[in-house]
Design a protein around this ligand. Structure first.
Ligand SMILES: [Zn+2]
Length: 421
């Protein structure tokens, strides 16, 4: 047997999502082979996963990293408008405060198994490009841990200013380090002018666009159809939220879904925030009709959006929480829900696939979860996270006290029962 190649690692006894057991050989940041009992050089570094569930690392395709951990700075009334008023106060946050909260956010993401994230960062008349610059600094500091993609989330112009001159701020934000054009045209005074101006900048600069769209239960707010009709083929286009789509008849939903699929427009659903802000009067719990979008072949990913801020006072930056909400609110099974927080997110961000599949990027997360338990129940248990084959986080859960002896006794009894003929 030859010596192991540099950067080679073998993960033994992984449990895969289909229930099978396999070893995973990693070389040069990629998965080189997957199978039972892989033969490797004796000196190859080895980690025994002992049946832990091994998945592609999680993706967070939509997060407001400049707003995290601010829920204690001003309570909102649980409405989108109330949260936005509350948010105005955050625009005065000093840059070190923004960087400090974002760094805590990155740590939580990586611990939870996220190695790729798209973050929507506010810019505009009041904040300028200050927050984008702050998060670009964090992106550089965290480059070994996580791949951060920055969306410049542009607020609206002054009443006397036209959208096309206002987007100068967006071009400044792209120059300051943003990768993607963003904004919330549905909430602007001139929604169609806003949408068109944002699209123009993205096309002109040749960068992706990811817009907050139709975050309301009012079906008359329906910019998604205009985006689907006007989206150019030359850049990747993503529509986030798309809440009002769920208020339209099935025939309209299917027609729009077919157009989205045909033009490869991606949809990101944000269950936590929209269950919180749009729950009242909802037929679909504030989510777009995911079943019809998926059936039409639309690329759908799911994100956490807001975490402990005026738009959502809860959240732990854990995609398993998002996956659990998809199951509760939209009826997705565990495998479907996990797909929306792993590989679907990578496709939305145009990143190569990752996971325990030969040829994929070796961004992986191993979850300690009971053999018969749902992977969605693994939140709170131990996790190990690899980025490009390098361990970047290991979280262990230790239980002490009388219940530890109780649990050990229960495991012993169950393994004895399992061995009985
Ligand atoms: Zn958002």
């Amino acid at each position: 047997m030859t010596a192991p190649a540099a950067g080679e690692l073998v993960l033994r006894n992984a449990r895969l999502l289909d229930g099978s057991r396999a070893d995973v050989l990693i070389t040069g940041g990629l998965v080189a082979a997957v199978g039972p009992g892989l033969a490797v050089a004796a000196a190859t570094p080895c980690v025994d996963l002992s049946g832990d569930l091994l998945l592609g690392a999680f993706v967070e395709p939509h997060l407001h990293l400049d707003k995290v951990f601010t829920a204690d700075r001003g309570w909102s009334d649980g409405s989108l408008r109330g949260a936005m008023t509350s948010y105005q106060r955050l625009l005065a946050a000093p840059t070190p405060d923004v960087i400090g909260r974002a760094r805590h956010g990155v740590a939580a993401l990586v611990r939870n198994g996220v190695t790729t994230a798209r973050v929507h960062i506010g810019c505009g008349r009041l904040a300028g490009t200050r927050f984008v610059e702050a998060i670009a600094t964090v992106r550089e500091q965290a480059a070994a841990l996580i791949d951060l993609q920055i969306v410049a989330h542009l607020g609206g112009p002054a009443a006397d200013q036209h959208w096309h001159s206002h987007t100068r701020l967006l071009r400044d934000a792209l120059d300051a380090g943003a990768d993607v054009v963003g904004g919330n045209p549905s909430l602007e005074a001139e929604p169609e002018a806003a949408l068109d101006a944002l699209l123009d900048v993205a096309v002109d600069r040749g960068v992706p666009i990811d817009l907050h769209l139709d975050e309301t239960m009012d079906p008359s707010v329906f910019l998604l159809r205009r985006l689907a009709e006007q989206a150019p083929d030359s850049i990747p286009v993503t529509a986030s939220h798309c809440v009002s789509l769920g208020q339209h008849p099935g025939s309209v939903v299917d027609e729009v879904a077919e157009l989205l699929a045909r033009k490869s427009i991606r949809v990101v659903t944000l269950p936590a925030t929209n269950l919180y802000l749009q729950r009242a009067g909802s037929r679909t719990g504030g989510l777009p009709p995911l079943d019809r979008l998926l059936a039409a072949g639309v690329e759908v990913a799911a994100g956490g959006d807001n975490v402990q801020d005026p738009f959502n006072p809860t959240g732990r930056l854990d995609p398993l929480d998002t996956a659990g909400l998809l199951t509760l609110a939209a009826g997705l099974d565990a495998a479907q829900a996990i797909r929306l927080v792993t590989d679907a997110g990578r496709r939305v961000m145009d990143r190569p696939s990752a996971g325990p599949v030969a040829g994929s990027v070796a961004d992986l997360v191993a979850l300690r979860t009971p053999e018969a338990g749902s992977p969605l129940a693994a939140a709170g248990a131990g996790r190990r996270v690899w980025r490009r084959g390098r361990l970047v986080a290991e979280t262990r859960c230790t239980v002490t006290g009388p219940v530890a002896a109780w649990s050990a006794q229960t495991r012993q009894q169950r393994s004895e029962e399992a061995r009985r003929p």
